[in-house]
Ligand binder design. Structure first.
Ligand code: EPU
Length: 420
């Protein structure tokens, strides 16, 4: 038996949605916490299955994990052991690769199997590995496991060919105990990276340049515990904003940093969406005549690749042809085929998709091929006439907390059913 999500579309949305803590920050903050020698308390933890997998990995390493409140996690690594991470939980998410940097930094040694996560086309980790090597590590790949070891880690100047989120965070974690100074040039500037640096600095690290493309890490001997509140999830906030742009009379989104989704807000305004961003909330009102827009995904602060799929669903309702160029993951268009089963008219010529609108969408049986494809199908299902059935929803549960409950609270008809 597995679960599917069903949506009866066409109902207007009204009410308030609260955004949870950021998935892509959380999945880095939890591995970063193992660098501490004392307990770390993280609040604003989203209730998603990636967190369940990460807890499993922590417990496997004899780290004490408690959840005193539903959105809180207490991590005590005082008695942890650096075991080879070859358990299944590692393959359930991409972000398990953050244990590479964290364990290499702490123990000078890590064995870990290939991380999993969404298939978005090729997702190499060569820049992470080159960064570790620049600090003095030697890397072997044997029996599908990475074995990364260093006698000493020594600070170095590292230029990233691509401003990679994962490589930036991983190299920072490997460098926090390195001798001397590490400088990362062309570092990624995503808000989630700032959040990780904030946590590490609270623990006693000496990292500067957060949010800029040059990050400097001065190695320290030891890191203590701390308390940290996770930033709101800008991709969940963006997904809700897109959904509201399609079907709201009036929806308010709370616990959001609108500045983090400036590029989306600008695009939506260009598409004629009636949207009003305040300091920590966004109001979206009925937007009857949507216009086609073109966009190019870029590293932050450019348009986020993670919002490309949900926006595609909205653009099926815009007048004219919208062109999307995907520069981060050029093959990240699996949602387009699924949307075509619902009536969308989209021509994909990698790395571009042309969406011809406005096309009525109708309910169909579709499949979440990855997390954000799942989000785009939910948006489409809420717009469509009739009933949409979404399969493979474990992808959605990896990254969206209580999505169906949250959407029901603003009037969407969405529920789960067990199927054989
Ligand atoms: N890249 C390389 N070599 C590397 C690392 C990256 O060529 O060693 C390339 C990638 O193939 C890609 C580009 O660089 O073309 C950017 O990749 P990046 O490393 O920034 O992505 P990531 O760290 O693997 C994170 C998020 C993704 C999000 C991207 C881009 C996490 C756990 N994942 O991935 O989130 O799409 O940054 O913003 O933080 C999602 O949430 O659905 C998701 C996929």
């Amino acid at each position: 038996m597995r679960e599917v999500i069903k949506i009866e579309g066409g109902h207007r949305l009204n009410g308030t949605l609260r955004v949870s803590g950021a998935k892509n920050a959380t999945v880095a903050l939890i591995p970063a916490s193992v660098l501490a020698t004392k307990p770390v308390r993280l609040v604003g933890i989203p209730d998603i299955s990636d967190v369940v997998s990460l807890k499993e990995i922590l417990q496997y390493m004899d780290i004490e994990v408690q959840t005193p409140f539903e959105d809180e996690i207490y991590i005590d690594p005082s008695n942890m052991h650096n075991k080879p991470l070859v358990i299944d939980a590692v393959s359930k998410l991409r972000a398990s690769y953050y244990f590479m940097g964290a364990l290499l930094g702490k123990y000078r040694e890590v064995t870990i199997k290939m991380p999993g996560g969404c298939y978005l086309g090729p997702r190499p980790i060569d820049l992470h590995l080159k960064g570790f090597e620049a600090l003095g590590a030697k890397i072997k790949y044997e029996n599908e496991n990475y074995i990364i070891k260093a006698d000493r880690l020594v600070g170095s100047r590292i230029y990233l060919d691509i401003a990679s989120v994962g490589a930036t965070i991983n190299i920072i974690m490997a460098a926090v105990h390195a001798e001397g100074r590490t400088t990362i040039e062309n570092a990624a500037r995503e808000p989630e990276i700032i959040d990780v640096i904030t946590l590490l600095n609270k623990m006693g690290a000496q990292i500067r340049g957060a949010g800029t493309s040059v990050i400097t890490i001065d190695g320290v001997e030891t890191l203590g515990g701390c308390f940290h509140e996770i930033i709101p999830d800008r991709i969940e906030a963006g997904t809700f904003t897109i959904l509201a742009a399609a079907m709201a009379d009036h929806v308010r989104i709370e616990n959001v940093i609108p500045y983090h989704i400036d590029s989306l807000i600008s695009k939506l305004k260009e598409a004629n969406v009636n949207i009003d961003a305040k300091i920590d909330s966004i109001d979206i009102y009925s937007s009857p005549r949507l216009q086609a827009v073109d966009l190019i995904t870029k590293p932050y602060p450019g348009f986020a690749t993670d919002l490309q799929a949900p926006l595609t669903s909205l653009l099926t309702q815009a007048e004219g042809v919208s062109e999307i160029v995907e520069t981060i993951y050029p093959e990240r268009f699996k949602h387009c085929e699924q949307l075509s089963y619902m009536g969308a008219n989209i021509l994909v010529t990698i790395p571009k998709a042309s969406i011809r609108g406005r096309t009525p969408l109708h309910g169909a049986s579709v499949r979440a091929t990855d997390l954000r494809c799942g989000a785009s199908l939910v948006v489409a299902g809420v717009i469509a006439d009739g009933i949409t059935t979404i399969d493979d929803i474990y992808h959605i549960d990896r990254g969206y907390e209580n999505l169906d409950n949250k959407l029901r609270s603003i009037g969407a008809r969405i529920w789960r059913e067990k199927v054989d």
